[in-house]
Design a protein around this ligand. Sequence first.
Ligand code: GUN
Ligand code: ZN
Length: 387
Amino acid sequence: AAWPQPGELPDNLFHFDITAQDPKTHARCGVFHTAHGDVPTPIFMPVGTKATVKGLMPSQVADLGAKIILNNTYHLAMRPGADLVAEMGGVHKFMRWNGPILTDSGGFQVFSHNEFMKLTNEGVSFRAIEYDGARIRWTPEDNMAIAEKLGSDICMQLDQCPGYPATKAYVARAVELSSMWGERCWNAHTRPDQALFGIVQGGMHMDLRLRSLAHLEECGDFPGYGIGGYSVGEDHETMYETLEPLVAEHMPKNKPRYLMGVGNPTTLVRAVASGVDMFDCVLPTRTARMGTAFSSEGRLNLKNARFKHDQRVLDEHCDCPACAGGFTRAYIHHLVRQGEMLGGILLSQHNIRYLLALMERVRAAIAQGRYEQFYRDWMDSPAANDF
Ligand code: GUN
Ligand code: ZN
């Protein structure tokens, strides 16, 4: 493959420069350098599972302020296949998004809803139930080969994400497998213009989380770390009990920390205070397609009859194309009720912009050393309780 070689790549590739540290919390601002541009942190990454942020042109996603998007290795490997994407010049060219892309490994998709899954030390075997139902066998080495063919800027190791609740023995086994696979991904990964992130597992057990992190730190110099295994059905306080000390006290300071699958605005604001740098979630776009808008008043369900005569835009503070364009709640209510495509498109743009604008304000507050106040103001706001 004609990948750029190390000498042709910028010296600061995959460096994480910390540009501001909040004085009273663990929040920090940084820049992660990729071959397709710089990623300012803290950041929210809109999800484009199948190489599309559903319903939106890449230029529209960029206009919303997105700096990096997420694709999924598992889904793209099933359809249209990694070889096809490689033939088309890689995933950036294929989908016409020239900015940074992160691919999740598919560990989550395979493990979270596949009853035909079998785990061995060698790898995972499962039925591609959303596709043709064929039995697939996947090793960490296969997973890395697929990620390299797709050509994302950041790829995630193959891991096992246990659900909740789960016995401690089950979670311990998931940590053991994920550690082994992290090491094998590290050894198999060769693409110089692609960063490989390890993933910390361990459920709600601090000792398992620390064991998982320690193993990753021993097996390689990962340029960043995912924090997996949260948002799997536990309540928020249960998550914070291990997440906050893990991030604030134990994870390396000079590497980006990516809390996987979390996109609830209040959790973003609180996790940033502990030192989390990156987030992704289907929540803004999936709920948009079901008729829900994020707003400074909390969630709005546009299907609700109370919006039938509402002449206001979704959120008066929002500068997204739906709000800036003057589309009323009454009109969006009509679109959603009729199942018109434009309803989901406007709401997707609005919800993505809502989270990206929130992260812009988060970065500004950290840069000005006033994140603790920002955090308190957020928690007192009407939206905070509704998310
Ligand atoms: N997305 C949300 N949680 C997880 C996780 O634990 N692992 C992976 N690979 N992706 C995720
Ligand atoms: Zn808006």
